[in-house]
Design a protein around this ligand. Sequence first.
Ligand code: SF4
Ligand code: MG
Length: 333
Amino acid sequence: SGALLEVRDLCIEFPTRRGILKAIDGISLSLRAGEILGVVGESGAGKSLTGTAITGLLERPGRIAGGEIRFNGQRIDNLPAEAMRKLRGKQIGSIFQDPLTSLNPLYSVGRQLIETIRTHTDLTPRQARARAIEMLTQVGIPAPEQRIDQYPHQFSGGMRQRVVIALALCVNPKLVIADEPTTALDVSVQAQIIDLLKTLCREHGSAVMLVTHDMGVIAETCDRVAVMYAGRLVEVGPVQEVVKHARHPYTRGLMGSIPKLGEEVEHLVQIDGAMPRLSHIPQGCAFNPRCPYATARCREEKPEFALAGRGEVACWLWDGVNPATDPDTLFAE
Ligand code: SF4
Ligand code: MG
């Protein structure tokens, strides 16, 4: 299909004493080269788990129980650990919430950058050092020739996350998985870091899967957005379409959490209640206990993904019969 990343019907399970928990229940999504896809949802929706499975870092007892993950057309969900490790180093970079999980406190940032660069290129130590300094310059570290020999603890949280971005991008990965990359940072630097990530990935041609619970970040950063709820995908589409004309009642509720969009979203749906625990996913549509539009069908049958406008949605309000239905008419009070 030409997609850089293709996730099909992915299921992730956790066996427990009381039975098997379906943490991810049949997710399908794809990313094109250079595209920025936002994955959004409340905590516990399975966003991070999806990213973890793609990078091959899913930890036991969690396991992929169905579906497949393809990268450049090649299956990667069943790759041997060593092959996956190579792919992770060179083609798939990752950036996590806490920069310290990606950095070794015992090595200078320069040593970590240079080792990564040398592992994946034929550059000499001298060339690799020059490349490391260039990367630190690109991520906006002042006086990189001096700071390259400093240790992670000598950097502020925001500067450290810049170093992590440099580390993730120094080998020009085709895909970057960024999981809440700014959540641990001071609010004043969050926007700068997101901007930087976006700009650099565009320059390097890297596709990004940006996992976040912040619709504002998604709206300002991404090309497309995938909304998750209780281990399922509920809506996927071009970001402006989803932000302005969200079709899933849950997505419309999430819009209420947008801090700054420059324009007001009308007809906010108030979502009461909390996301169900994985051991208690309701039958039918997982959102039905919180949904003001739920019908008997929603409590019995799980909605399939169907085209709606320029995106796709899993909701019985759009069952493919009239995909063009205007959500603003439907949700108008
Ligand atoms: Fe609400 Fe039914 Fe749509 Fe689920 S399928 S979001 S319960 S209307
Ligand atoms: Mg998470």
